[in-house]
Design a protein around this ligand. Sequence first.
Ligand code: SF4
Length: 431
Amino acid sequence: MKIFCLSLGCAKNKVDSECLAGELRRAGHELVESPEFAEIGIVNTCGFIRPAVEESIAAILDLEQLKKEGQLKKIGVVGCLVNRYGQDLTAEMSVVDFWAKSEDWASVLTSLESKTVAGRCRSNLPLSSTFTRYLKISEGCDNRCTYCAIPDIRGGLRSLSLDIILKEAQQLVQEGARELCVVGQDLTVYGTDLAGKADLITLLDALESSLPKDIWIRLLYLHPSRVTNKLLERVANGTQILPYLDIPIQHADAKILASMNRGIDPAQLLSIFKTARSIDSTFALRTTCMVGFPGEGNAEFKNLMRFTEEVCFDRLGAFSFFPEEGTNAMQLEGQVSEPVKRRRLKKLLALQEKISLERQQLFLGKTLDVLIEKVDTVYGFAEGRSFREAPEVDGLVEVHGCLNNIKEGDVVRVKVTDAMPHDMVGEVHRG
Ligand code: SF4
């Protein structure tokens, strides 16, 4: 069968979609890049927050329309939305032919009358990058932050074995990957649920000793409460681990951090970033913040602003608190009004825009290795990312100069000639 698979949500869900794609191909189906060419349409949904739920439902309705028009024979809905709302949805959406929870690929194959074969099998989706791939090392989470529905959607922590991860990393490199982005709900707890001594540092050692030396390894989602100096030094001393630290703080006020159940206080948070900068002043620090959490008054918000000013993150993503159904935070006193949330979000992002520009300008005149993702031969420029830009969430580096023989997937040395808050411009440096 010709199957179109739409992958929604986070990088971890993208890996799930690739595992589903691997199972479907192994069962003899063909993955096609758009529903117009397909007989079957599948959406791997996200159910994390309200906007993601709405996006997933809209995608299902789009496939329903194509089925009503006779384009698609069958449609399937899988993933987090099914984990969270499956029972209600199946009653309401009768046009959908099959449903499956996350990672339950066997039932998808059964619905397609295809044989299931034991063993993990992963395969890239059509139109997806081959140079940058996500390496998921665990699923689920035991942290129980009060605003987060993920532990209810994906269950408790389940680390993949070191063998499976190393084998998959090799496979992705053989398929052309130059950058592996290591993901999980929280990388710092890797292996704590496994027998034996495996932890994140053991995994990094194994990746660096088993992969070709030109492969970039990028770490995403490090919960601050378990970021140790030992881990910071391991990242700084890595030969392939990018000096890029994605450490979501969510907030920096003691009362709010406690109410979020983040398991860390502002002083400990500050010391992580101060230590990181003392170890390597060029560390690219990324974080995520939430404004408008219940109980956040002007004083608490000021603490977040002051902390942001003191640390000077390179990248900061921020969003407003949303009282997610089924979370403890939904019941908390002191819910903040939407206009106040909007005002604070605007203020925080405006502050960060200035800080990001200052951090970017530190690289003017310096050279950076850039992984080329696009070469535009018509307008004579290329685009890519350096260690400072993670895929999909950060900016880009625009590359000019002699682009002869430069192709997508190459890593090119670039001299930075201009810097903006999120993007940079540079010239190919043939030094
Ligand atoms: S660490 Fe907190 S925010 Fe992240 S997935 Fe776990 S519970 Fe959710």
